[in-house]
Design a protein around this ligand. Structure first.
Ligand SMILES: [Fe+2]
Length: 140
């Protein structure tokens, strides 16, 4: 697949909605960044571009997690501490991905890191985020 044929690797659909417009729109932004990072890492040849995008992704992930945690706190969500721990682990994983890029290892390690990018945020949304969405009655 060349850069020109590139289609988005992951796509937000209503099946990923947590029932809160602000959080959904932040998830869309994250997924857009993940798609761009995927393209830069695996389809383009510029490590510099991948590094720029992964830095943006780390920053925005941080921002988004802070927003989500504040929202969960305001909502009185009882499993907030656990959710925080999971967020910290996700951040650590994306920082590891950055190290792989900086060390020039991301492209050659192929499918493992592609798999990581494909699942990193989507599984979190469908797993832990859906738990609070259901508990707080944001979605069925
Ligand atoms: Fe979350």
């Amino acid at each position: 697949m060349s850069y020109d044929d590139y289609d988005n690797m992951i796509e937000w659909t209503s099946a990923l909605s947590v029932g809160n417009d602000t959080i959904d729109s932040e998830h869309k932004i994250l997924m857009d960044m993940i798609n761009r990072l995927y393209a830069a890492t695996f389809l383009d040849s510029s490590d510099q571009l991948a590094e720029t995008i992964v830095n943006e992704l780390i920053d925005y992930t941080h921002t988004h997690f802070n927003h989500e945690e504040s929202f969960l706190k305001e909502s009185g969500y009882k499993d907030l501490d656990q959710h925080r721990v999971v967020h910290n682990e996700l951040l650590r994983q994306v920082i590891d991905f950055k190290f792989a890029i900086v060390e020039g290892k991301a492209r050659n390690s192929g499918s493992n890191l592609e798999h990581f990018l494909r699942n990193w945020m989507v599984q979190h949304i469908q797993g832990r985020d859906f738990e609070y969405a259901k508990t707080l009655g944001l979605k069925e």
